[in-house]
Design a protein around this ligand. Structure first.
Ligand code: URA
Length: 238
């Protein structure tokens, strides 16, 4: 028989969510063990002996891991449901029966690379600050950011009381009223790229994520996805 393990770890290993999202599910009272609602994060279970349910549905260890890269269109939410009835990214995954979930988020009006997986451990690794997975964006910003402001962003600026990690920035296109900027960051703070450019007075007009590490969107059409190979998964961490 296997060793007792923490409930959130079990849920992540079953591929239902990253460990952090699993904790959120527990906190929300969505998880029961042997019919009893558990909200205590310290709870340990023995999988073979106990029945775990999420939203009343038994959780089992059966799905094989599936990870894909979606080119998210603007106007889609990256949550698994939306009380306001807006389109959700999973509706774009025709042919995928595995219960994949988004790794991190993209804003409603942001497009581009979104990894989705049913492998909770992989999701955890991608999102953990220790692995510093690089995320690259193309941001169309208003006006023409000046060199010294961009240098400040590269070194890190204080957003909501916390300094951002160093970023890499390059201007890749110049239009009369706007500038296309490539920016690579290691963090996933909420609306981070928009906040960084707003802070230097060049608000983001549109935003696209083009890569995680060395895993690039390439010519994947908007709204389409591709299943990731073992090699693709390695490239995420480069
Ligand atoms: N930064 C943002 O501001 N928005 C996103 O969707 C992703 C990164």
């Amino acid at each position: 028989m296997s060793e007792p393990l923490r409930l959130q770890k079990f849920l992540a290993q079953c591929g239902l969510a990253s460990r952090r999202s699993a904790e959120e599910m527990i906190r929300q009272g969505r998880v029961t063990v042997d019919g009893i609602k558990i909200t205590d994060m310290g709870t340990k279970i023995t999988p073979e002996m106990q029945a775990v349910c999420l939203d009343g549905v038994p959780v089992t260890f059966t799905e094989k891991p599936v990870t894909l890269l979606l080119n998210k269109p603007k106007g889609y939410v990256t949550t698994l449901s939306d009380p306001q009835g807006r389109p959700i990214v999973t509706s774009l995954l025709q042919g995928i029966t595995a219960r994949v979930f988004p790794v991190g988020r993209l804003d409603l009006d942001t497009e581009g690379a979104l990894i989705m997986t049913n492998d909770g451990m992989l999701a955890e690794r991608i999102q953990h600050p220790r692995h510093e997975v690089k995320k690259t964006y193309e941001a169309l910003v208003r006006g023409r950011p000046n060199r010294s402001d961009l240098h400040h962003l590269e070194k890190g600026i204080v957003l909501e009381g916390k300094k951002t990690y160093p970023a890499a920035i390059a201007i890749v296109g110049k239009m009369p009223q706007s500038t296309l900027v490539k920016i690579t960051i290691h963090e996933g703070r909420k609306r981070q790229v928009k906040k960084m450019f707003a802070a230097i007075g060049n608000p983001v007009l549109s935003l696209k994520r083009t890569a995680y590490g060395h895993l690039f969107l390439r010519d994947l059409p908007t709204g389409a996805y591709r299943i990731l190979s073992a090699n693709d998964l390695k490239n995420i961490f480069l």
